[in-house]
Design a protein around this ligand. Structure first.
Ligand code: AOF
Ligand code: ZN
Length: 376
């Protein structure tokens, strides 16, 4: 086995940049980058296609053509060994005549799990593993979380006013952040598999939670509402759009979704659980019973959901934080003062929960954006 060189890291970094391009657009497959290098020159490159197929290697090899013979292939994830919806990439690499394959991260998919590497080595191809592995794991974080932990990667997004509020009691959507931040949130939604809010937010804001960016309208994630007693009105925008964009309403008997005590009475008036469930289902929504945040996440992962964006409100945020399932926090802080009647955020810039480290900060107009990652 050859020792990885500085050039290996340089080319793997290029493959990872390529992979980043389609993160969120290849679900349930991971976005993988592949670069074919011959005599120090890139002769082929590709990223997993939107929708997950074709895989990166097949396209990169097609791009390189005959030049692949004797070349080195840099792949951000171990080439697949299974006959899935496409033939194994390991076979394609062997057939192309590449001399060496450099891999960043091994594929935990049980159909692959090291077999891709074995196939290549058995065919006489030199294989190096683990080049820029930490960076590779970051690019693949959502996929790896689902495969290894059987739950989605969870991002908590909060928009907080300068005085630490996320809204005002009794009001619908209160503008806390500016246009640039709001556009960023639209991009985030487009890149995530599922988006979640609590019933409090769903009722107060009546959001649709779809992507409204030109060209990305069809990228709306599955929408999920934590709604213990199935209070979501059938006339809400969420339910009315359930036949176009999937909607999952999460009911539970457990405390983790103990939303709004006063709503009990109203809920009683609207009829019993089974009736409300039937009404939601008749409108095209799916009702999921989950006993805990952990149960919910397991159920979502088993449907192939790798990434979840929790968008509030305060109770939903706290439920995820308390259960220890937040991997990343995106904090948008606006300049407004909400004051009297404000709904306090679970935390603000000065009280970010322990165990998270700031990775990036930016100014979006008058807002401050901060990206925190959970320490590992
Ligand atoms: C690769 N290159 O670009 C990707 C890979 O459903 P299928 O047949 O497309 O297989 C999905 C699995 O393929 C997925 O779980 C993961 O193991 C692998 N993804 N593999 O060689 C790629 N996206
Ligand atoms: Zn493949």
């Amino acid at each position: 086995m050859t020792e990885p060189t500085r050039d290996d890291e340089r080319f793997m970094a290029a493959a990872l940049r390529l992979a980043r391009r389609n993160v969120g657009f290849t679900s349930t497959n991971p976005s993988v980058g592949c670069i074919i290098v011959k005599n120090g020159t890139i002769v082929g490159r590709a990223v997993t296609a939107p929708g997950g197929r074709p895989h990166a290697e097949a396209q990169a090899l097609a791009d390189a053509g005959e030049k692949a013979r004797g070349a080195t292939a840099y792949v951000t994830l171990e080439p697949c060994s299974h006959h899935g919806k496409t033939p194994p990439c390991a076979d394609a690499l062997i057939a192309s005549g590449v001399a060496r394959v450099v891999v960043s991260v091994l594929d935990p998919d049980e159909r692959v799990a090291g077999r891709g590497v074995v196939m290549l080595r058995d065919a006489g191809i030199a294989v190096d593993i683990g080049v820029l592995q930490r960076d590779g794991e970051r690019v693949l974080e959502a996929y790896l979380m689902r495969q290894r932990m059987k739950r989605p990667h969870v991002t908590l997004k909060l928009a907080v006013s300068a005085d630490g509020m996320i809204g005002r009691k009794g009001e619908g959507q209160v503008r806390i952040t500016g246009a640039i931040s709001r556009a960023q949130v639209q991009v985030l939604r487009a890149e995530t598999d599922a988006i979640l809010v609590g019933i409090g937010t769903a009722r107060a804001d009546d959001p649709e939670l779809t992507v409204r960016l030109q060209g990305l309208e069809d990228r709306s994630p599955v929408r999920i509402v934590l709604d213990r007693r199935l209070d979501l009105p059938v006339g809400s925008k969420l339910v009315r759009s359930a036949r176009t964009v999937p909607l999952i309403v999460v009911a539970t008997d457990a405390d983790f979704l103990s939303f709004g005590g006063q709503q009990d009475e109203m809920a009683g008036r609207r009829g019993d659980h089974a009736t409300r469930r039937a009404a939601l289902e008749a409108a095209g929504a799916e009702v999921l019973e989950a006993g805990s945040v952990a149960d919910l996440l397991t159920a979502l992962a088993s449907r192939g959901i790798s990434s979840l964006l929790a968008e509030g409100g305060a109770r939903a945020a706290r439920a995820f934080l308390d259960a220890g399932f937040v991997d990343r926090i995106l904090l948008f802080t606006g300049p407004a003062i909400i004051g009297e009647g404000g709904i306090p955020s679970p935390f603000d810039r000065k009280s970010v929960p322990a165990g998270f480290t700031l990775r990036r900060a930016a100014r979006y107009g008058d807002d401050i954006f901060e990206d925190y990652e959970r320490d590992i």
